[in-house]
Design a protein around this ligand. Structure first.
Ligand code: NAG
Ligand code: NAG
Length: 474
């Protein structure tokens, strides 16, 4: 049992209070695309989970204006987790590197142990295409890996070319790689991706401005440009966005399936200081309102139903949700994220009494990262759950626990399959929880709520009204 020997609790409390003042446009509030952790199929699942947690912690820190735990602290947690699963050598994992030497040895260990079950199926390593969208002004949302992130295809340039883009409600910059893109610190290009520039697009033009966007563990920089963008058949001629001349390996790696990222939070967060695509679509009158709506599919459901994931611009797709359950709440975030107040949190119908919590709703974050006291309270109510001592929790893989969030009087339950997110042992009896703790916000009532929850709801954001809508899926 791996967790039986789990070591020391590394408290992050010490860094809680170190708030940074944030300038409106310069700060990198961004969402970390977590896909890459799924790519190395032989990496031990506990290491994968710790990475997801580390990434979420960095992300929550950026969002809440707190100082993130140092890379050293996060590395140490990763290293301790590696040691706790029997890996004998310290991991010397370089910041922002995907392929650290430790993984190779873990891989060997698992080959030796013959634990083929740990190796994700092919589908879980790849992109699962979406069905054609059911509503106008919509795109299918492809599933990245095992529900790690959600991708859609948009057209850019003249002639228009397809780019596969991560759709992110937790940031506000839109970028793709440039034709001259280099992997940071190398002379290498940016991998097997689609690039944009004057060679491939006759309507491409650079502006005088540049951008530099730092995500949780990755960064991109380059010129702000104009070119024609087409989203779900809606044309934005001469739209302003960014192309990356430099990408860290986190984005340039061949193992990353997407070519760029579209931030769909509010443009007050844009480091490019430009309207987001949905804001441009609305101001051009191409859609009635600056609304973006998401139906995120669960890979586990695809075999039966196909992937009906969808992003809709300018409206909600009423075929995707039960309108009698629709609630619309004010956005309580003043920086430009999408953040909603919770009425209550319950486990198996029992209210945990956690009042005054708010949730940043972020499609670009895989898990839920919440203050440790709240994470502990939730897991204490889940039969058989335990802390792994390192910010994560372990739940029985067959748990039936119903963790539910109530917004505006409407209860939204998390499917137990999203709670027991990843098997940690060959028997499949103990699973990592999709709810992890991260005490990096000075605000101990603020949660970062990603796809663990958002897969269970229809989620819609409205820039003009500054509201968030949620409904139960049909
Ligand atoms: C595109 O927009 C930029 C900046 O908004 C402007 O300078 C340029 O003239 C426009 N180009 C076209 C072809 O409309
Ligand atoms: C969950 O429910 C099923 C069916 O009712 C039951 O067989 C199983 O034991 C339950 N699991 C747990 C952990 O209680």
């Amino acid at each position: 049992m791996f967790w039986a020997s789990l070591a020391i609790l590394l408290s992050l409390q010490a860094v809680d209070a170190l708030s940074l003042s944030i300038s409106r446009f310069k700060s990198p509030f961004h969402t970390l695309p977590l896909r890459r952790v799924e790519q190395r199929s032989n990496v031990h699942p506990q290491i994968l989970m710790q990475r997801r947690i580390n990434h979420g912690i960095r992300q929550l820190a950026k969002m809440s204006g707190a100082k993130a735990p140092s890379a050293e602290i996060l590395e140490k947690r990763l290293e301790e987790r590696a040691l706790s699963v029997g890996f004998p050598t310290a991991i010397h994992r370089r910041h922002n590197r995907i392929d650290d030497p430790g993984e190779v040895q873990l891989e060997k260990r698992f080959n030796r142990a013959g634990v083929s079950k740990f190796r994700p199926k092919r589908q879980e390593e790849s992109v699962t295409d979406a069905n054609p969208p059911s509503a106008p002004n919509s795109l299918g949302l492809d599933i990245e890996g095992s529900d790690v992130a959600y991708l859609a295809t948009v057209q850019i340039g003249t002639p228009p070319q397809d780019f596969l883009i991560l759709m992110d409600s937790g940031s506000a910059d839109f970028w793709v790689g440039s034709e001259t893109c280099k992997t940071q610190g190398t002379n290498r290009g940016c991998g097997n991706h689609k690039f944009l520039g004057p060679q491939s697009s006759s309507s491409f033009a650079e502006t005088q401005n540049t951008f530099d966007t730092a995500y949780g563990t990755g960064e991109v920089s380059g010129p702000v440009v104009t070119d024609n963008v087409e989203i779900a058949g809606l044309s934005l001629p001469n739209h302003t966005f960014g192309v990356a001349n430099v990408e860290t390996e986190d984005f340039s790696s061949n193992q990353i399936p997407f070519d760029g990222l579209m931030g769909l939070a509010q443009s007050s967060l844009s480091t490019q200081q430009t309207p987001t695509p949905i804001e441009s679509l609305a101001s051009a009158g191409l859609v009635p309102a600056a609304i973006v709506s998401y139906k995120l599919s669960r890979l586990a459901d695809v075999q039966n139903n196909g992937n009906d994931g969808e992003i809709t611009f300018g409206a909600l797709d009423s075929s995707k949700f039960d309108s009698s359950t629709l609630v619309t709440v004010p956005n309580v975030n003043t920086q430009g994220f999408w953040e909603a107040s919770l009425d209550s949190i319950s486990v198996n119908g029992a209210d945990l009494g956690l009042n005054g919590r708010t949730t940043i709703l972020d499609t670009g974050t895989t898990l839920m990262i919440i203050p440790s006291a709240d994470a502990a309270a939730i897991h204490q109510s889940i039969p058989g759950a335990q802390s792994d001592g390192q910010g994560g929790f372990i739940v029985p893989c067959n748990t039936n626990a119903s963790v539910a969030l109530t917004y505006d009087g409407q209860l939204f339950a998390i499917d137990p399959r999203d709670l027991a997110v990843q098997s940690l042992d060959p028997e499949g009896s103990n699973c990592a929880s999709g709810i992890a703790s991260g005490d990096v916000s000075s605000n101990q009532t603020e949660w970062l709520v990603g796809d663990t929850f958002l897969k269970n709801v229809y989620f819609s954001t409205d820039v003009s009204a500054n509201t968030i809508s949620l409904a139960k899926l049909v």
